[in-house]
Design a protein around this ligand. Structure first.
Ligand code: HEM
Ligand SMILES: [Cu+2]
Length: 520
C-alpha cells in the first residue's frame, strides 16, 4: 500500500487512502458500501438479463417461447430487477462515491449505510421470491385493483426505505463536508448532479410510500382497495420521477467519464448547474404524460402539464446534450486533434470502453430516447401510441441504451479504481459496449416501428392464435418484431459479456494495489 499518509479532507487515521491513479481520497468505509451495492446491482442485472432474452424470444412471434403465465411473470421480474434493483443499487453506490471522494469527506454513518444496504437487499430478495412463486404477476406498475401477495409490496417498501436511508447518508456527507470545509468554492459538478438526483429521489420515494403502503395494507385485508385513478397518479409520482433520478445520475456519469477518459472539463459551470436545477423543478410535472388517456384528470390539466412545463425538463437534457460533447471537443482540440469539424470525434479514444459506452449512451439517449420521448409525451400522439410497443421502444433507448450503458462504462473504471482489480480479456471489453449498443438500438427501433403498426405492449400473443376469427398483423409488423428479436439476442450477448467480464474482474482480476490502473 502506498497510501499510508492520510489524504486531504476530514479523515481519521486508517479511514482513507489516496487513489494511485487519480490522486483523489477514497474513504474506506464508503469503499466497502460502493462495492456491496455494485455487486448487488450486477446480480440484479443478471436476473433481469435472463428475463430480457426470454421476453425478446416470446415477443418475436416466430419463436413465441414462453407460455402465457410465465410471460407475465418474467415481464414482472425483468421490469423490477432492471429498472429498480440494478439501477438503484448502482445509484446508491454512485452517491457514496460522489458524497465522499468528490467532496473529500468521510462517510457520514457506517451504521446507516449497513441499515440501508440490508433493507435494500432483503427487500429485493423478498420481492424476487414472491414473483418467482407466481403470486405477484402484476408487472412493475402493480396497478390496483390487480393484486399481488403482500410480500411483493412489503419487499418493495423495504427496498425503498433502504434507498431513502442511503440518500440520507449522502445528504449527511454533503453537510459534513460543508461544516468541515473539505473543499474550496462550490461543490464539484458531478457531486452537484448527484445532489440533484438525491433531491428528486426524496420526492419520488415519498410518492412511492403514499402509493404502496395503502396497497400493502389492502393486500393484507386491512383496507379497502385504493382508488385506481389515485393509485396511478401517485404511482407515476415515483415511476416517472425515478427516471429523472436516472437521467441525473447518467448525466453526472457522462461528466465523470468525460473527465476520466479524455480529461474534459465542463465549459460553463453556471449553464451545466442550471440544467440540473431545471430537472429538480420541472420533472415532477412531467409525470402527467403517463395519465394522458386517463379519464380522471381534465384535458386542461393534461395539456398544461405535458405541453408547457414538461419541455423545461426536456430543455435540461438538451443543454447537457450540447455541453458534454462540447467539453470533450475542447479537451480533444487542446491535445492537437483539431482537423476539420469532427477530427476531435474521429480521434476520440473509441477503444476505451469507458469512453465508447459513455458516448454511445449520449447518442442513443439523445437521439432515439429524446425524439421518441418528446413525441410520445404529446397528448395527440399519445392517444395513438398508448400501450403499444412504441412505449417500451422509447424507454429501452433511455434507461437501457442511455443509463444502463453509461453505468457499464462507469464500471470499467469502478472495478480498477475501487475494487482495485483489473479487467482481463481487454479486446472483449473494448467490443462489449458496441455489441450491447447496437443490439439495444435494434430492440428499440424494432419495438417502436412494430408499435406504429399497432402491436400492443404487455401482450403474450398478438396473433390471437386459436381465436375463431383470424386476426394478426401484416408482414411489416412481423419484420419489425423480428428486428427486435435479433436485437434482443445481440443485446443479451453484450449484457452477458459485461456481467461475466465484471464478475471475473471483481473476484479473480489481477490486483493493482499500489500502482495506477492499467490505462484503457
Ligand atoms: C438485453 C437487454 C434487454 C432486452 C433484450 C429487453 C427486452 C424487453 C422486452 C422484449 C420487453 C417486453 C415488452 C412487452 O412485451 O411489453 C421488455 C420490457 C421492459 N424492459 Fe427490457 N430489455 C432489456 C434490458 C432492459 C433494461 C437494462 C431495463 C432497465 C434498466 C429494461 C426495462 C424494461 C421495463 C421497465 C420493461 C417493461 C415491463 C412492464 O411492462 O411491466 N430492459 N424488455
Ligand atoms: Cu415518464
Amino acid at each position: 500500500m502506498t497510501s499510508l499518509a492520510l489524504p486531504v479532507g476530514n479523515f481519521r487515521t486508517g479511514e482513507a487512502r489516496t487513489c494511485d491513479t487519480t490522486g483523489l481520497p477514497v474513504c474506506l468505509h464508503a469503499q466497502r458500501f460502493i462495492k456491496l451495492n455494485a455487486v448487488c446491482a450486477v446480480v440484479a442485472l443478471l436476473v433481469g438479463a435472463i428475463g430480457a432474452i426470454l421476453l425478446g424470444l416470446t415477443r418475436w412471434p416466430a419463436v413465441h417461447l414462453l407460455p402465457a403465465d410465465w410471460y407475465y411473470r418474467v415481464l414482472t421480474l425483468h421490469g423490477i430487477n432492471m429498472l429498480i434493483f440494478w439501477i438503484i443499487f448502482l445509484e446508491i453506490a454512485i452517491l457514496y462515491f460522489a458524497g465522499t471522494t468528490l467532496l473529500k469527506t468521510r462517510l457520514a454513518s457506517t451504521k446507516l449505510a449497513w441499515t440501508s444496504f440490508l433493507l435494500m437487499a432483503v427487500g429485493a430478495v423478498l420481492t424476487n421470491i414472491t414473483i418467482l412463486q407466481g403470486t405477484a404477476d402484476v408487472m412493475m406498475t402493480s396497478y390496483a385493483p390487480l393484486q399481488a401477495h403482500s410480500n411483493f409490496y412489503l419487499g418493495m417498501i423495504l427496498f425503498a426505505v433502504g434507498a431513502l436511508l442511503g440518500v440520507g447518508n449522502f445528504f449527511a456527507c454533503v453537510w459534513i463536508a460543508r461544516r468541515d470545509k473539505t473543499y474550496q468554492g462550490s461543490m464539484p459538478l458531478v457531486a452537484f448532479g448527484a445532489l440533484a438526483a438525491a433531491i428528486i429521489a426524496v420526492v419520488a420515494i415519498l410518492h412511492g410510500a403514499i402509493a404502496l403502503v395503502p396497497t400493502w395494507l389492502w393486500s393484507l385485508g386491512l383496507m379497502d382497495a385504493p382508488d385506481a385513478g389515485w393509485y396511478r397518479l401517485l404511482w407515476w409520482g415515483i415511476g416517472h420521477q425515478s427516471q429523472q433520478i436516472n437521467v441525473c445520475a447518467m448525466v453526472s456519469t457522462w461528466y465523470l467519464l468525460a473527465t476520466l477518459t479524455v480529461g474534459a472539463k465542463p465549459l460553463n459551470q453556471l449553464v451545466c448547474r442550471s440544467a440540473f436545477v431545471l430537472y429538480v423543478l420541472f420533472i415532477n410535472i412531467a409525470s402527467a404524460h403517463h395519465l394522458l388517456v386517463d379519464p380522471g384528470v381534465s384535458a386542461g390539466w393534461k395539456i398544461w402539464n405535458t405541453s408547457y412545463a414538461m419541455y423545461l425538463a426536456v430543455l435540461a437534457s438538451m443543454i447537457h446534450g450540447f455541453t458534454v460533447p462540447a467539453a470533450v471537443e475542447v479537451a480533444q482540440r487542446k491535445k492537437g486533434h483539431d482537423r476539420g469539424l469532427f477530427g476531435w470525434l474521429v480521434k476520440a479514444p473509441w477503444a476505451n470502453p469507458g469512453f465508447s459506452a459513455f458516448f454511445l449512451s449520449l447518442i442513443i439517449f439523445g437521439f432515439i430516447g429524446g425524439i421518441t420521448g418528446v413525441t410520445l409525451g404529446t397528448q395527440q400522439i399519445n392517444i395513438i401510441a398508448h400501450n403499444t410497443l412504441r412505449i417500451p421502444g422509447h424507454f429501452h433507448a433511455t434507461v437501457v441504451g442511455g443509463t444502463s450503458l453509461a453505468f457499464m462504462g462507469l464500471c470499467y473504471y469502478v472495478v480498477p479504481l475501487i475494487f482495485r482489480r483489473e479487467y482481463a480479456a481487454r479486446a472483449l471489453c473494448r467490443l462489449q459496449p458496441y455489441l450491447f449498443g447496437i443490439g439495444i438500438v435494434l430492440v428499440s427501433i424494432g419495438m417502436s416501428f412494430a408499435g406504429s403498426y399497432g402491436v400492443p405492449r404487455r401482450h403474450w400473443d398478438v396473433e390471437f392464435s386459436g381465436a375463431p376469427f383470424a386476426k394478426g398483423f401484416d408482414s411489416g409488423a412481423h419484420v419489425m418484431l423480428g428486428l427486435m428479436g435479433i436485437g434482443a439476442v445481440l443485446a443479451f450477448v453484450g449484457l452477458l459479456t459485461f456481467i461475466l467480464l465484471t464478475v471475473h474482474a471483481v473476484f479473480l482480476g489481477k490486483r493493482n494495489e499500489g500502482r495506477a490502473m492499467t490505462a484503457w
